[in-house]
Structure formats: C-alpha cells, structure tokens
Design a protein around this ligand. Structure first.
Ligand SMILES: [Zn+2]
Length: 103
C-alpha cells in the first residue's frame, strides 16, 4: 500500500472525481482508503448503543486506491509515488515529479 493515514489525495475516478481530501483510514486488505468527504452515502439507521441518534446519517465509504492519487506536499500536484532506500536503510516514498521525499 502506497498511501497512509493523513495523506492528501485527489479522486481521479467516479462520482467524486476532482475532490481532494485527507485519508482517514486505510483498509489494507480491501485495497481501499477512507477519504474525508468523499463517497458520502446516506444510511438509514436505528438508534443503537453506539449511535444514539437514529434516522438518516451521512458517512463516507472507503474507495479503491486506484481511484485516487497522492497530492505531493512539495509540488502540490497529483503524482505517482516511487520508493527509495535512504542512507540509513529506511524506505521512503518519493514523488516521481519533483523527486522529493514525501513524509
Ligand atoms: Zn512532488
């Protein structure tokens, strides 16, 4: 998985194409990410112990990783990611456009 929590991503496919948001959760086994404000659905729910308020609530559903691109923190563009091993042996993600390391 190339993406992590709190990454800023751009949606490139589907209903929310063009939207940007922060990753709130990575669902590794499904290859999906939950992006803030993207893929909102309405759920009709009854009050439960966890959710006191019943009725119609809006929530995000995770979307496919292939439908988003990481927005580089340096060049501020949606970019592809490559990996690089740093001098201290750790693996870092780098932007394929500006080649800066992405935190
Ligand atoms: Zn960049």
């Amino acid at each position: 998985m190339r993406l992590r929590n709190n990454d800023n991503v751009l949606v490139i496919k589907g209903r929310d194409r063009g939207k940007q948001g922060r990753i709130q959760r990575v669902v590794r086994k499904d290859g999906r990410v939950l992006v803030e404000g993207v893929n909102m659905v309405k759920r009709h729910s009854k009050p439960t112990a966890n959710v006191r308020q019943g009725g119609i609530i809006q929530k995000e559903l995770p979307i496919q990783v292939s439908n988003v691109m990481l927005v580089c923190t340096h060049c501020n563009q949606p970019v592809r990611i490559s990996f690089k091993v740093l001098a201290d042996g750790t693996k870092a993600r780098t932007c394929q456009r500006c080649e800066e390391v992405i935190e």
